[in-house]
Design a protein around this ligand. Structure first.
Ligand SMILES: [Zn+2]
Length: 374
């Protein structure tokens, strides 16, 4: 099967984030095994979804990881021109959910496998395919925990998020939190008798905005836009009626941190403010719903130099979106982003990838394999 045919199969699995993924895992496993790879399926704690790790080449040598996620965001945009889970070719464009983000990379990597299997590789290439990346990289930590049992310490990981095949060395880290404030309801004519959860949440919002202001002047990294860490409140809900004292207010916010700054630490003053409301009789709940660290790979790192060679272009310092690369780096594995397609086409109707982009990615992967031949 060529990359287009593989992509056709992959897109047909509606592997939407947060749902069971046994079907796509089973199919990819079958393809990998029938082409000579050793496959381990790694079920996550959810019980109905799994990461997949496969190896071609000598298992005991140190090799390279090709990393991608099998989940996609939902295809609920009403403006899709055709069924998002049926690959549709128009000219050199292939439309479908996940075509760019990031089943195109998976297809290109899998398309290269038969040729890799024929090469006498002196070092292995691993396929590390994760689940629930789109929910804030929830799946891949379970694979990274078990990596030392799966392979020799890898020399590097290529994360195939859409980057127009430019190798990218950095992104911000992220932590998202959900805060609940529980008060006491009552009739709005007697606010003195209740505990207004929305009023209480304004303290949390104040603390957030103060932190936002402080961050503008701290830890500047000119590789990013904006060049500082940020916080943003994304949702707030609360109240049932204007004449009832609201007894619940919920707020979600996220921190995006430049390398060297922990995104979870940025949220600490907000957490402290929320918890202080307990002294006034409120009950509060705080949950970190997702988090991953920043990526920062040195321009002189061997992996960066290798990717320059493989792509024929200089590496780029940073992008604004986050990936699993930060988690690989935090696990002690050099990581870099390089994949086909454009991030601007992701998470929107009529997502597509071009045939020449798939071909360029497959070529890059085969060039990598050739550097590992005996
Ligand atoms: Zn992605």
């Amino acid at each position: 099967m060529n990359a287009k045919e593989l992509l056709d199969h992959l897109v047909a699995f509606p592997s939407v984030v947060g749902t069971p993924n046994g079907e796509i895992v089973g199919w990819v496993r079958g393809y990998l095994e029938s082409n000579g790879a050793t496959v381990t399926v790694l079920p996550g704690p959810e019980g109905d979804r799994a990461n997949l790790f496969a190896t071609i080449g000598p298992k005991d040598e140190r090799g390279y990881i090709l990393s991608g996620h099998m989940d996609v965001v939902s295809a609920s945009e009403p403006t899709w021109t055709s069924d998002p889970f049926r690959l549709r070719a128009v000219g050199d464009r292939l439309f479908g959910r996940g075509a760019s983000d990031m089943k195109g990379f998976l297809a290109a990597a899998l398309a290269g496998l038969p040729a890799m299997a024929k090469m006498q590789l002196s070092r292995p290439i691993h396929f590390a395919f994760s689940y629930d990346e789109e929910a804030g990289c929830r799946g891949v930590p379970h694979m990274l925990q078990r990596l030392e049992n799966l392979c020799a310490p890898p020399l590097g990981a290529i994360i195939g998020e859409p980057s127009s095949m430019v190798a990218i060395r950095g992104h911000k880290g992220k932590a998202a939190a959900r805060i609940e404030i529980h008060g006491t309801t009552g009739h709005s004519s007697r606010p003195d008798k209740g505990l207004n959860a929305i009023h209480a949440m304004t303290a949390v919002m104040d603390a957030t905005l103060k932190t936002v202001d402080a961050l503008r002047n701290s830890a500047l990294d000119p590789n990013f836009e904006p060049p500082y860490s940020t916080l943003q409140i994304g949702t707030i809900t609360g109240g049932r009626s204007v004449n009832i004292i609201p007894d619940l207010c919920t707020l979600e916010l996220e921190a995006r941190a430049v390398p060297g700054v922990s995104p979870a630490v940025l949220l600490e003053p907000i957490k402290t403010t929320a918890e202080a409301l307990e002294n006034e009789g409120f009950r509060t709940a705080w949950e970190i719903s997702s988090t991953y660290p920043a990526l920062s790979l040195d321009a002189d790192a061997p992996l960066a130099r290798l990717l320059e060679e493989l792509t024929g272009a200089p590496t780029l310092a940073a992008v604004s979106y986050g990936t699993e690369a930060g988690l690989y780096q935090a696990a002690g594995i050099d990581a870099i982003i390089c994949g086909p397609g454009d991030i601007s086409r992701a998470h929107r109707a009529d997502e597509f990838i071009r045939l020449d982009e798939l071909a360029a990615c497959e070529q890059m992967i085969l060039r990598l394999a050739k550097t590992l031949r005996h």
